[in-house]
Ligand binder design. Sequence first.
Ligand code: PEP
Ligand code: MN
Length: 472
Amino acid sequence: MAAQQPPAAAAAPDSAPAAATAAPAADGWAPSSWKSKKILQDVTYENPEEVDEVLAKLNRLPPLVSHYEIKNLRRQLAEVAEHKRFLLQGGDCAELFDYCSQEPIENKLKVLLQMSLILVWGGRTSVTRIARMGGQYAKPRSKPTEIINGEEYTAFRGDNVNGIALSERKPDPQRLLGAYFHSAATVNYVRTLISGGFADLHHPETWNLAQWDFTHVESPAVRSEYQAIVNRLTDSLDFMHTIGADDPTKDAIRKVDMFMSHEGLLLDYETSLTRQVDGKHYNLGTHYLWIGDRTRQLDGAHVEYFRGLENPVGVKVGPSMKPEELAPLLDILDPNCEPGKVTLITRYGHDKISQYLPDHIKAVQATKHKVVWCCDPMHGNTESTASGVKTRRFNHIAEELGRCFRIHTESGSRLGGVHFELTGDAVTETIGGSMNLLESDLSRNYQTFCDPRLNYEQSLDIAFMIAKYYEG
Ligand code: PEP
Ligand code: MN
């Protein structure tokens, strides 16, 4: 969330968001033109009138973010596309309404800020931080139902559709309002923390590097590598302090941006938060949205909705993406070839990336589009243990990420960012990392109802890995 104030024009009536008009633009796009296309992962409710009432209410509620913040993010992502910045995106697979609470929000913010500090230092580059937070409630599912104890139930679709408890599996439209208010409370607390100095380099709870004792790191060699990086980082911060470059009154250091994002899956919800400002359409429910790997069909409803937005947008790209689909997809989502408008978030799997990424890079290089290339090393590396627990191996995540950096370099391209499922809490969902979490440890604190996340230490492991990559 941008801590900075919008320019004075914020109060000007011509810049105030208005409910999106239903009239289609010259190119046939309107906030609800997606309704004439095929809608995958749609939700069926028992009472459509109640859904309409909820959507009308959502349409009257105020925006959660401003179009100034979205424009700021667009500028930053243009710099990422031009290789002048790095993107760090991370957060829960499925955000639950229960995570809208002081400690989980602070922990998530802290791990993202600490990771970004390591990346800024390691890559000698500015970092744009986007949290999967403040609205990451809807989940695509591979099957609409699941069998539990011999009975068939609607699958858990995310807290904005139904509940994880078996008694709450019926889709409830009131949950869409719940999503808005939980997003609002989360976004508000993040703003409060950032404007209150949580991200300042002087804030001891966020930045006390002396507390990073690395006792969890099993290997002495890795521990001393980490300690050496932190020592050099501490030296740099001390030096800045000595010369006054970290003066908290100086904007560049003090003002940290933390942008919000989620998968734009439930198009009715997204449309109700789509507003018109200065003749352009913004989704003002979040800064950044992405289309999932299951809903990115060229002629589908999601691509249709996304093509009319001013927000920067992401598209997940997995092994099923045909190289020849990329140029038409980018022509639809980025007709004016604006750098950083589209982020391609690749997620193949450690054993598949070498087979697919080079051709995808070539296909984009043959166009005029300047995309942000972002690596999601999580979603192609999900597996189940013999006892049926969904997990990921840290080594596979690290391998896909390392290969992604290398393939981009070898292809005359550049990896612009990374996308992780992570939490600041001490969960045990991913095997491995410097703490060497074993399969037998998973049951200790396995919390996720969706995909397994990196915990706090494993998230820092990744940041150190990227910093070391840059060091060469
Ligand atoms: C996700 O990001 O949680 C997700 C479902 O990803 P994908 O669309 O890449 O499978
Ligand atoms: Mn996921």
